[in-house]
Write a protein that binds this ligand. Structure first.
Ligand SMILES: [Zn+2]
Length: 537
């Protein structure tokens, strides 16, 4: 069989213990058909073989983001990127710039860090002060809360407290007047519903652009933690495009949401949807949330935070979560649960301990603060720990002056993002970004996982440096562990004959380079399913 493609490079980390190092990889029909050295190439190649020599670069198995929101994120990243805003003055400036640069009825923004409000409560006041009596809708960085101006609330018909099935809140002052702070998706989607719509053509173009940028950063696959109304349309449209036109530039696994109040019929529908898919995508799993976020006061902690909040689960009756998760698991569906607070993680581990496991292990997302006695249970129960190291490095600080740490208090803030403890305890640790909550670039996540501070910020103190991963642990989190977490460890995650031809490459070796430098390394080539989906000029 003549290979379609041969890639050569000075370093190939196969992550295959039988043959860890190589300098040449041959690909035929979407599969790896030979792993060897440059001198083997002459014997492998045929008339139609494309040979790409990457010189001094390093090739790794294709990187998989454990947790992204590529479709939900299209709606969550409208307007100004506010992720660099650190103070209310900077917020004012950014909103005025947005109003000037993108003139329209609304002022929209996303990625806002609650620390920008400093010690003052999160309300619409700074928004109104900045741009006047116009509708403003700003999503917080964690996509679990938003701030809306009075004009925006008015259009959404929000004029006081609301009742929600899940733990969502329209925050109101002592007189019952909304402050503009909207906690959790059911609350803020009331405003999203009245935003100027984006047509399907715009969403398709933005989706394609996003996936191409992800591929250009070295990602070959992602676990999409949502399945929106138009997900099948967006992904199917790209997947069907022939490869000359691009095709789907990365593999996607979708886990549709299951919300409190779910009926048996809706669960059956979620089971049915597991059959959806195409060449490079499929629905595989169902996403739950047992709690919200520490920053929003909606996490589920075993005792209240310093504001007296984060004491209740997202499911008002958490036993209903156990029933729904068990119902799906009994039908072979992998259960994915967002659990951030210690009580939430404990509850989910307890629930999963009594749950059937199919081909794919169940998983817990985020795991932000847990006591030591929970660390070993991930391996014991064979539950994947899916974590996002940049949530720690970008949104918390070593001196505990940030909102997350201040709410938890010193004891629980010292149990933050225990990546190393979980890895050392033998947990299957999948890494990711949670884009758009944090940047999707895997180079930055791999760097920060080792540094425990933002790459490039050499003066920032590391947050709990004892929780730093080694370079090898970080790379496994994006490759072998990601494959095992998807029940695919016999077909992907390694560069091995018969495995899927998904390859990433970098100008620097992720196992050797200084993490700050690796974060800036070029990405010369990305291959998905044997197809070149990204090639730097
Ligand atoms: Zn998420």
């Amino acid at each position: 069989m003549t290979p379609d493609l041969i890639v050569t490079a000075d370093t190939v980390h196969t992550l295959d213990v039988a043959r860890p190092a190589a300098t040449a990889v041959a690909v035929t029909g979407g599969l790896i058909t030979a792993v060897g050295d440059r001198r083997d190439v002459a014997g492998w190649r045929g008339a139609g073989t494309r040979v790409i020599d990457l010189g001094a670069a390093t090739v790794t198995p294709g990187l998989v983001d454990g947790h992204i929101h590529p479709v939900l994120g299209l709606g969550l990243t409208r307007g100004a990127d506010l992720s660099a805003v650190r103070t209310l003055d900077e917020l004012t400036e950014a909103l005025r710039r947005a109003q000037r640069d993108e003139p329209g009825e609304w002022v929209l923004g996303w990625g806002l860090n609650p620390n920008a409000f400093g010690r003052s409560p999160i309300t619409h006041e700074p928004l109104t002060r900045a741009v006047g009596d116009v509708p403003v809708f700003l999503l917080m960085f964690d996509a679990h809360a938003a701030v809306a101006s009075p004009a925006a609330l008015k259009r959404a018909g929000i004029d006081g407290p609301r009742e929600f099935a899940g733990g969502a809140t329209v925050v109101c002052d002592g007189n019952g007047v909304p402050t503009g702070h909207l906690l959790e998706i059911p609350a803020y989607e009331l405003v999203q519903a009245v935003l100027p719509p984006q047509g399907p053509a715009v969403r398709r173009a933005r989706f394609a652009d996003l996936l191409h940028r992800m591929a250009a950063a070295g990602l070959t696959a992602g676990n999409a933690m949502d399945f929106e109304a138009d997900s099948a349309d967006l992904v199917g449209h790209l997947d069907a495009a022939d490869n000359a036109a691009g095709g789907l530039p990365m593999r996607l696994r979708f886990a549709p949401f299951c919300m409190p109040g779910v009926t048996r019929a809706e669960l059956d529908d979620l089971v049915d949807r597991q059959r959806s898919g195409g060449a490079r995508w499929r629905v595989d799993g169902v996403k739950f949330m047992i709690d919200g976020t520490v920053d929003g006061g909606t996490a589920w902690l075993s005792s209240a935070d310093t504001h007296g909040e984060s004491t209740v689960p997202f499911w008002p009756d958490p036993a209903e979560y156990v029933w729904a998760a068990g119902y799906l698991a009994d039908r072979g569906v992998p259960v994915v649960t967002h659990a951030i607070g210690d009580a939430g993680v404990r509850y989910v581990l307890d629930a999963l301990s009594g749950t059937r496991r199919g081909r794919v292990p169940h998983r817990i997302e985020h795991i932000e603060t847990i006591p030591t006695e929970l660390v070993g249970r991930f391996r014991a129960l064979d539950v994947t720990a899916s974590m996002q190291p940049t949530h720690c490095t970008l949104y918390t600080s070593a001196d505990h002056s940030d909102n997350w740490s201040e709410r938890l208090g010193p004891e629980r803030a010292r149990r933050a993002f225990r990546c190393r403890d979980l890895a050392d305890a033998g947990a299957r640790l999948a890494l990711g970004s949670d884009w758009p909550v944090a940047p999707f670039d895997p180079r930055g996540v791999i760097a920060d996982a080792q540094l425990r501070r933002p790459h490039g910020l050499f003066d920032a103190a590391p947050v709990l440096p004892g929780q730093a991963l080694t370079a090898a642990q970080a790379l496994h989190g994006y490759t072998t562990a990601a494959a095992a977490a998807a029940g695919l460890d016999d077909v992907s995650g390694r560069i091995k004959v018969g495995f899927r031809a998904d390859l990433s490459s970098f100008g620097l070796d992720p196992l050797v380079a200084a993490p700050d430098e690796f974060a800036q390394a070029p990405v010369p080539l990305t291959v998905v399913d044997g197809t070149v989906v990204h090639r730097a000029d």
